[in-house]
Design a protein around this ligand. Structure first.
Ligand SMILES: [Zn+2]
Length: 179
């Protein structure tokens, strides 16, 4: 069987991330309609991991490198293309579109006001404005945008702008979850 070495590499779960400051994504996010998330009517829900199974971390948060802020702004999880990806908690879809170096990406505004970004998706299965809760499927993982192989770039921001990121592992840990 003839195989292109490059293709083979691109299908192997792993690789990491060229998710960096991306004007296309940041402009879309800045322009997105502000939606208030109201979860007062809901019982406090258990949070969910972004992917069900544990996955190898191929790049940790804040690894130093050639990014605009000088470090990796999310955490990269090696998952095969097509792996279901889930909302971690109650929120609303702020963006669900092609997002430059993030590839196909979904951005959620969570009920605590934080923003969660899922990058390099193969498929998006929610629309902008949709309400989500822990465990709502938002898409499938992939290697779109600047990625050297299939992985999920999972990023949490305190506010909208690039560089307001917080530690995504600690964020999930506060809700009782480990990656
Ligand atoms: Zn990444």
């Amino acid at each position: 069987m003839k195989e292109e070495p490059g293709e083979e590499l691109k299908d192997e779960p792993g690789g990491n991330c060229g998710s960096d400051y991306d004007a296309e994504y940041e402009d879309l996010l800045a322009a997105a309609e502000d939606i208030e998330v109201d979860d007062r009517a809901l019982a406090p829900a258990k949070w969910s991991r972004p992917i069900r199974k544990r996955a190898r971390v191929t790049m940790r948060y804040r690894v130093r490198g050639n990014w605009l802020v000088g470090y990796h702004t999310g955490v990269d999880l090696a998952v095969p293309k097509g792996t279901p990806v889930y909302a971690v908690g109650t929120g609303v879809v702020v963006l669900a579109s092609w997002s430059g170096s993030y590839g196909k990406a979904v951005t959620l505004k969570m009920s605590d006001g934080r923003y969660v970004v899922y990058g390099h998706l193969n498929r998006i299965s929610v629309a902008r404005g949709a309400k989500v809760k822990a465990g709502t499927r938002i898409g499938s993982s992939g290697a779109t945008g600047r990625a050297t192989g299939p992985h999920l770039h999972f990023e949490v921001r305190a506010r909208r702008p690039y560089g307001s990121d917080i530690d995504p592992v600690k964020y999930l840990a506060r809700h009782g979850l480990s990656l």
